[in-house]
Design a protein around this ligand. Structure first.
Ligand code: MG
Ligand code: MN
Length: 616
């Protein structure tokens, strides 16, 4: 696509340098403390970024500080804050830092619409969500705003500049948080809404329009689901700059510039379709910095040049001890004892069929589902299965993003880590055909293994989208192509690699009916799982318990825990074909477990993952 046609004639003597500093996907990383492991963490968080924010404010003449959403959920601090009536500590910190505006992300709706509204009301800056309409017309969120700022040009003269801001969340929030949002909000397409609003803002006098896009770059350049629309938003002529997020990647990323396949992405200057664009690093590991050079042309300030870059945090030797009053309450919460375990619980091999944590979570979900169904719906004679994914098992968050709980006391920090997201329990009724499709979607997390050794896991796949269905037995045949691609988009409806599916030793047929205890994200179709969303929702409770609370309760009632890991599925033997499996650094001393699974340790990868050879 061609670069935007901008008039280059300029009538101003001096240019105006405007710098956008941006955070995205902070996920409640506020303090320099890791609440999952109960120890100081100097590597990330808004507190850690604060000195840099004030330094950069001093270094550049005209600065806007922006946040791009997924801000209030992601650590036990977020969970504790959501259970209290206090001002939200993330917003308190952002008020103190003088944020100019924020957009919301999908996870900011995880604690409900009313909680998201409280967030917006407690912010001293506009909270913008352009593609969400509140049906009961509260209008708490702003669809757009024009910030009027007096900026100083390069000669030191003041000028009034109007900056239009718009913000977007993936329309899929209606599926992912349907229990909270269904019937209360409507959501429109990101790119279409952006095009319309940007035009309106320009007509209303905005000099420039900046999009806060909580939506990522889709590698095909055109995500048909509309979840990742950043590429399309950057192509809109009236949009001058974009902060984007959601996918937990970074842009620009000069290291991948040479292998970039999308021609409109300029990783050297930080531009998409010629416009300045930045995806800052998640969890407060860094700041996005977007420099815009404005010049006056035809009575309006226009962007003449832009440059996008990152500031990446260097871990400090002496992290600042958290001063927020909530810190002690979070410590108290994560240290609450709930039970004990006789074995080390880890997620290093959770993608390989047999997993203690998966078994434990499946039993907790089934047990609670049985009780709630009996209480609210009546006893059913349909088989009750459970779908469970390893939420924390590698991926973009790196070789340390695994669960590894030593044997001994189990505390709330452990259940927080096992569940990670505040999803609630739901039960869906599906057919045998739906189950087959559900498993095909999961099995797309693996690559097709041919004669040459290759990576086992599809590089686009996310472990939290690998559901194992407990209660069934089946095989996954990696000689065959997957029905879906690694992101979950349908590739070939006829492809099938999940075989020999049985329930209690008997093959399942398409018409059989089952209940599946799952979570609200999956029941709504999250992760491009159409099968559960096609099913009949038979347990969707208002104020349903979070899966994490169900797990903690189960652990307490069954203490001390002795979990015999179930093996619902295996890889179909392929006569010795070989694949490489990468997992967390901590897996290297699990020699016996690795051997039992036919894994041979191959050393560390350049990124710090433990590499194993697996023979199928
Ligand atoms: Mg997100
Ligand atoms: Mn996020």
């Amino acid at each position: 696509m061609a670069a935007p046609n901008r008039k280059t004639e300029t009538h101003s003597k001096a240019g105006l340098k405007v710098t956008l500093l941006a955070t995205t996907d902070l996920h409640a990383h506020l303090t320099q403390y890791d609440y999952f492991h109960d120890r100081p963490d100097p590597s990330r968080g808004l507190d850690a970024l604060a000195p840099t924010i004030s330094k950069l404010r001093g270094a550049f003449p005209n600065v806007l500080l922006l946040d791009n959403g997924d801000t209030i959920q992601g650590t036990p601090l977020g969970d504790v804050a959501a259970s209290e009536d206090e001002p939200h500590p993330m917003i308190t910190a952002m008020n103190a830092l003088g944020y100019d505006a924020m957009g919301l992300g999908n996870h900011d709706f995880n604690y409900g619409l009313d909680f998201a509204r409280q967030i917006a009301q407690s912010a001293n800056f506009p909270v913008i969500v352009s593609n969400v309409t509140e049906i009961d017309s509260h209008d708490t969120f702003q669809k757009s705003v024009i910030l009027k700022r007096q900026f100083t040009d390069t000669m030191g003269n003041p000028h009034d500049v109007s900056i239009g801001l718009i913000g977007f969340v993936p329309p899929q929030i209606l599926k992912w948080d349907r229990a909270h949002l269904c019937g209360r909000v409507s959501v429109s397409d990101i790119a279409a809404t952006a095009a319309q609003l940007a035009k309106t803002l320009k007509a209303e006098g905005a000099d420039i329009v900046v999009a806060l896009c909580h939506s990522g770059l889709d590698r095909t350049g055109n995500d048909p689901s509309g979840e990742n629309a950043a590429y399309a938003v950057a192509a809109i002529p009236q949009i001058d700059a974009m902060i984007f997020g959601h996918t937990h990647q970074i842009f620009p990323h000069p290291a991948v510039a040479k292998s970039e396949t999308l021609p409109a992405l300029d990783h050297y200057r930080g531009r998409i379709h010629g416009r300045g664009a930045v995806q800052p690093k998640f969890w407060g590991y860094g700041l996005g910095i977007l420099h815009l050079t404005l010049a006056q042309s035809q009575d309006r300030w226009r962007v003449m040049a832009s440059h996008g870059a990152h500031y990446m945090l260097r871990p400090q030797a002496h992290p600042k001890p958290p001063e927020q009053p909530i810190h002690n309450r979070v410590l108290q919460h994560i240290r609450s004892p709930i039970g004990t375990t006789h074995t080390r619980l880890h997620s290093y091999f959770s993608m390989l069929g047999s997993c203690q944590i998966g078994t434990l979570l499946a039993h907790a979900q089934q047990d609670a589902a049985k009780r709630y169904l009996a209480e609210h719906i009546g006893v059913s004679d349909l088989p009750l299965l459970a779908a469970v994914a390893p939420y924390k098992a590698g991926g973009r968050a790196g070789p340390l993003h695994y669960i590894d709980i030593p044997k001994g006391d189990l505390l709330r920090k452990h259940t927080a880590e096992i569940c990670l997201y505040p999803n609630s329990l739901e039960v869906v009724e599906v057919t045998g055909a739906d189950l087959r499709d559900w498993l095909e979607r999961s099995a797309a997390c693996f690559a097709q293994i041919k004669d040459q050794p290759s990576d086992l896991i599809d590089p686009q796949a996310m472990s939290y989208n690998f559901d194992t269905i407990y209660g069934l037995e089946y095989e996954i045949n990696l000689a065959k192509p997957a029905r879906y691609d690694g992101t979950g988009l349908l590739r070939d409806p006829k492809a099938s690699r999940v075989e020999a599916i049985t329930y209690r030793g008997r093959p399942i047929d398409d018409e059989m009916r089952f209940l599946v205890a799952t979570n609200s994200y999956r029941a709504g179709g999250g992760g491009h799982f159409d099968a559960p969303a096609r099913g009949r929702a038979c347990l969707v409770m208002h104020n349903a318990p979070a899966v994490e609370n169900i797990l903690a309760d189960y652990i307490t009632r069954n203490a001390p825990l002795r979990i015999a890991a179930e093996t619902p599925w295996r890889f179909t033997p392929l006569g010795g074909r070989v694949a490489m499996f990468e997992t967390g650094r901590g897996a290297q001393d699990l020699t016996q477990d690795a051997q039992d699974r036919g894994l041979i340790y191959q050393g560390q990868s350049s990124q710090g993952f433990s590499k194993f050879k697996i023979t199928l």
